[in-house]
Design a protein around this ligand. Structure first.
Ligand code: ATP
Ligand code: MG
Length: 657
């Protein structure tokens, strides 16, 4: 046999090694947090290449594109730059690529536009008003809810009717109208060459079902398929994997059912349990040694997940026996919580834990607002993940809408946005103009034909767009630049905080410079939006000098020396909304398990007490119920007193009493 270039046995334990060097056929690696699942995939990639597989025959599917890039890079450190030809990305980004290449046969043109969630909802509203559906009816679901229903049905491969009856029973009266609306929404998208996120996967599945030639070509190209975080895939994605692998069944998936946290998007941990049925002959590997955390942290993690109703039983052990006990910190109020964390981070830095090894995790993005103020006050730079995305801010959407109508003149959602920005154009006028454009009028002539108050603005819009839609395609950065010039006066008129917003647009321009073509630029922004740029204090642009604030959902798969999980208060974590249904509470429990297992050495669970929760009318005052069964010797319990307002610590800078 070939001589391998890496000593795999030295870098891996025996179970990991067995998975990495497995032969052809399906395999499943199921194991708890920090046991080296992702590492196993990285070595698997290296091993395949090492054994002579052409890197372009390997498909690596991950939860974010960033993690795919990191994994490919790590494989590169093992095996050399060849690994860069591995095709890595998310299900959605791979679907995007394949549909642009092969989609024609099922009616998907290569120039299609991807609708982000907000755009998709706007289109639903547009279609609803075109159908004249119950516009005055307050009990008709809102566009966001309608989107959620449609999306659930697509992702779970169940009918819309079933989803409504099952989960949205209070809208059962509207089933017929909602079905009509769904049909109209689908055909509006088709006509205008728009695909929402779900369509990317739905259409890919269609392609693999209907176009035999494409299926064979694709399946032959991706001879080895690897999937990380398989517990967070949904039925549709499992189907796509099965179809992709149809000719060879060389699929390796890794995951942890206890970390399944995307049920609200239709994911199901049952996928991982049922993998062996879907792929007969599956080899199963279990990893039991945890290399990430110290024993005291694992004790707590094991204790939390022991209470779970349904799980594939596995125990974790570690050789890192020593370490501080996790702290459970009760704070007299939110501000006390914030000050404690900032103070602790400073202390940890003194002890040699760099900011880049610190993360603060929370259930919902708004939970960190008070802390953000405190961190800025203390001059601690941070980057926030999983909050409002840069691309979701109004001004960035405004500018991009112009780029999108140039790329796809049928994109009525973006037209609507662009038109409404012009002075003197309201919903009615925009609607009429749109109707004229859709009827096949030359858009620019239609705009120039308008007189009156909005005439001047529309002319200038037409000139800008026309100058950019010439035969020779302009680069994305040139487009962003010119539209910026046109848009700046509008921006200044609309927002009094425009200086901050222009910085975001500068940032957009920088991103655009990285792309030769407009389609790739737009698709990437829709699929992998960069994190908010305006958050945090001004600091060097290097990630390694900042701490991370993140929702738990966005912290999946990652690890830090020190982790703070905040708002561990019953009613927020678990959330009051999860008290009703057992399965929701179980999902919150898994979320909690994910959060504590991110920590390598220092773990702080903090909660403020006596907080009045407006939406539920509850006084939040006890720690999360997930700690009820945790014996007190597993935690170091601390209570903090409030000392005045946001300011100095009362007693000699000592937060404890
Ligand atoms: P999660 O469930 O959180 O995604 P995981 O199972 O994917 O975790 P990894 O992130 O791959 O775990 O590994 C956790 C840490 O343990 C990493 O720092 C990794 O490098 C280290 N590790 C894993 N296996 C070994 C090993 N055999 N030898 C040394 N370090 C290891
Ligand atoms: Mg992992």
């Amino acid at each position: 046999p070939r001589k391998l270039s890496i000593d795999y046995a030295a870098a891996l334990n025996s179970q990991q090694l067995a998975a990495v060097t497995a032969g052809e056929g399906p395999s499943l690696v199921i194991a708890g947090a920090g046991s080296g699942k992702t590492r196993t995939l990285v070595y698997r990639v290296a091993y395949l290449i090492d054994s002579g597989v052409d890197p372009s025959n390997i498909l690596l599917l991950t939860f974010t594109r960033k993690s795919a890039q990191e994994m490919v890079q790590r494989a590169g450190e093992l095996i050399g730059a060849r690994s860069e030809r591995v095709c890595g990305g998310t299900f959605h980004s791979v679907a995007n690529l394949l549909l642009r290449r092969y989609g024609r046969s099922i009616g998907v043109e290569p120039g299609f536009t991807i609708l982000d969630r907000g755009d998709a909802e706007d289109l639903i509203a547009l279609v609803r008003s075109q159908l004249g559906l119950n516009e005055k009816d307050k009990r008709f679901p809102r566009k966001g809810t309608i989107m959620e229903m449609i999306s659930k049905s697509e992702n779970t491969l169940r009918s819309l009717e079933e989803i409504i009856l099952d989960e949205f029973g209070h809208f059962a009266d509207h089933i017929e109208d909602l079905s009509r609306l769904k049909t109209a929404y689908q055909s509006a998208k088709r006509q205008k060459q728009l695909l929402d996120y779900d369509d990317l996967l739905v259409m890919l599945r269609q392609l693999l079902l209907l176009d035999e030639t494409a299926r064979m070509t694709i399946s032959r190209q991706f001879r080895y398929i690897l999937v990380d975080e398989y517990q967070d895939t949904n039925r549709l994605q499992a189907e796509v994997v099965r179809k992709l692998a149809a000719t060879h069944n060389n699929v390796m998936v890794v995951g942890d059912d206890s970390q399944s946290i995307y049920a609200f998007r239709g994911a199901t941990f049952k996928n991982i349990m049922e993998f062996p049925q879907l792929f007969p002959g599956t080899q199963i590997y279990k990893l039991e040694e945890n290399y990430r955390s110290t024993q005291p942290i694992l004790n707590l993690a094991n204790c939390i997940i022991d209470e779970a109703a349904e799980k594939y039983t596995k125990r974790l052990f570690t050789r890192k026996i020593d370490g501080p006990l996790p702290s459970l910190v009760e704070a007299a109020g939110e501000n006390t919580q914030s000050r404690f964390i900032a103070q602790k981070i400073l202390e940890l830095r003194e002890e040699g834990v760099p900011l880049s090894e610190v993360a603060v995790l929370f259930r919902s993005s708004f939970h960190s607002f008070d802390l953000e103020i405190e961190l800025s006050r203390k001059g601690l730079p941070f980057i926030k993940r999983g909050g409002v995305k840069f691309i979701e801010t109004a001004h960035v959407k405004d500018l991009l809408a112009h780029v999108r109508v140039i790329a796809n003149p049928l994109d009525t959602v973006s037209w609507n946005r662009v038109l409404m920005l012009v002075e003197g154009v309201g919903p009615k006028k925009a609607h009429d103009l749109l109707a004229a454009i859709v009827k096949g009028g030359q858009p620019f002539d239609v705009l120039r034909g308008v007189s009156g108050r909005s005439g001047q603005g529309l002319k200038s819009l037409a000139n800008t767009l026309e100058s950019l839609s010439g035969a020779e395609a302009r680069s994305p950065s040139e487009q962003v630049n010119q539209i910026y010039e046109y848009y700046l006066p509008i921006l200044k008129e609309q927002y009094d905080d425009y200086p901050k917003r222009t910085r975001d647009l500068d940032h957009l321009h920088t991103i655009a410079e990285g792309y030769p073509g407009v389609n790739e630029f737009l698709a990437d922004l829709a699929l992998e939006p960069p994190d908010g740029s305006a958050s945090g204090v001004d600091a060097p642009d290097r990630d390694d000098e900042r701490l991370v604030l993140s929702t738990i959902h966005s912290a999946k798969g990652l690890e830090w020396q020190a982790v703070f999980v905040i708002w561990i208060v019953d009613g927020r974590f678990p959330s009051v909304y999860s008290f009703v249904a057992d399965e929701d509470l179980e999902e919150e429990r898994r979320l909690f398990y994910v959060s504590v297992t991110r920590a390598k050495r220092h773990l702080f669970l903090t909660y403020p007490i006596n907080v009045y929760d407006k939406s539920s009318g509850m006084l939040l005052s006890k720690p999360s119920r997930f700690l009820d069964h945790v014996s007190s010797d597993l935690l170091d319990q601390v209570a903090l007193v409030e000392e005045g307002g946001r300011g100095e610590w009362g007693r000699s800078h000592d937060p404890y009493y």
